[in-house]
Design a protein around this ligand. Structure first.
Ligand SMILES: Nc1nc2c(ncn2[C@@H]2O[C@H](COP(=O)(O)OP(=O)(O)OP(=O)(O)O)[C@@H](O)[C@H]2O)c(=O)[nH]1
Ligand SMILES: [Mg+2]
Length: 274
């Protein structure tokens, strides 16, 4: 099978069967992310509803495991993109009960439970608790968290520290609808935000200009120009960027429905996945 061959060939040549590569599929709504994911998964062209919730697919071919994350592209969905690549600040909060008024303690505990209910983990440990808080979730905890901390300060002795780790992303595949010229500026804005995010510094970006089967879709040069990439792409084919500290970035035009173009793109990006 053709798709099997090129996919296996790309990943096998890189030794990716030894690890689970994490690739994010990003881009505006209607760009074709889910269509691509399913085309890679089972080579089927399916009409999808707009993606409401992030999904991931383990693409397992032979011994190769490859995890692709399809994050919806509409405006609300874009807010969670960061949760999938941002550096994670782990807040380490150790709380010891030191006193006090039972009523305040109970209220404090309720607020703590509500406020921290979305935390990554809660590990009871001899009367103290450690809370690991995901940076992306921190904002959403809102007032109950603040109230919890204020209350706990009054009846608990707490110490906190935090350190930063990063979720590792191997590559970003950024899809653009090459026919929808009116939305190039919006697409550029989102792309610029991703490219300037320090959590994604040095992560290879494959930009796919999709839907070139539609007459009057933008050409590659046109797309590069509108995305502001004219002088920023790093070259097709095998380009060794090893010691240069330059982020690999390239534009490939494709038509997912016609099964053309994206294979070259994946082949290109795979050389930069360590
Ligand atoms: N003509 C054409 N249409 C395509 C192509 N790829 C995808 N589409 C169509 O574009 C529309 C949107 O595709 P989706 O894969 O749902 O887009 P998405 O990026 O996942 O969108 P959200 O889930 O809203 O973020 C669908 O109607 C697809 O059939 C292509 O190569 N050519
Ligand atoms: Mg989708």
């Amino acid at each position: 099978m053709f798709l099997f061959d090129w996919f296996y060939g790309i990943l096998a040549s890189l030794g990716l069967w030894h690890k689970e590569a994490k690739i994010l599929f990003l881009g505006l709504d209607n760009a074709g992310k889910t269509t691509l994911l399913h085309m890679l998964k089972d080579e089927r062209l399916v009409q999808h509803q707009p993606t409401q919730h992030p999904t991931s697919e383990e693409l397992s071919i032979g011994k190769i495991k490859f995890k692709a994350f399809d994050l919806g592209g509409h405006q609300i969905a874009r807010r969670v993109w960061k949760d999938y690549y941002a550096k994670v600040h782990l807040f380490y909060l150790q709380i010891h009960l030191i006193s006090c008024n039972l009523m305040i303690s109970v209220i404090a505990i309720v607020f703590v439970v509500v406020g921290f209910s979305k935390c990554a983990s809660i590990i009871p440990d001899n009367g103290s608790c450690d809370y690991l808080i995901h940076e992306g979730q921190r904002m959403r905890m809102g007032s109950s968290l603040i109230t919890a901390l204020v209350l706990t300060r009054s009846c608990f002795n707490s110490t906190s520290s935090h350190n930063t780790i990063a979720f590792y992303v191997d590559a970003v595949v950024y899809l653009v609808d090459a026919y929808d010229k009116e939305r190039f500026a919006e697409s550029k804005k989102e792309l610029d935000a991703l490219l300037s995010d320090e959590s994604l510094a040095n992560v290879p970006f494959l930009i796919l200009g999709n839907k070139i089967d539609i007459p009057y879709a933008a050409s590659e040069d046109e797309l590069r120009y509108h995305l502001g990439l004219t002088n920023f792409t790093t070259g097709k084919g095998k380009v060794n960027l090893g010691d240069s500290n330059v982020r690999p970035l390239e534009v490939f035009m494709c038509s997912i429905v016609r099964k053309m173009g994206y294979g070259d793109g994946f082949k290109w990006v795979s050389q930069y996945i360590k």
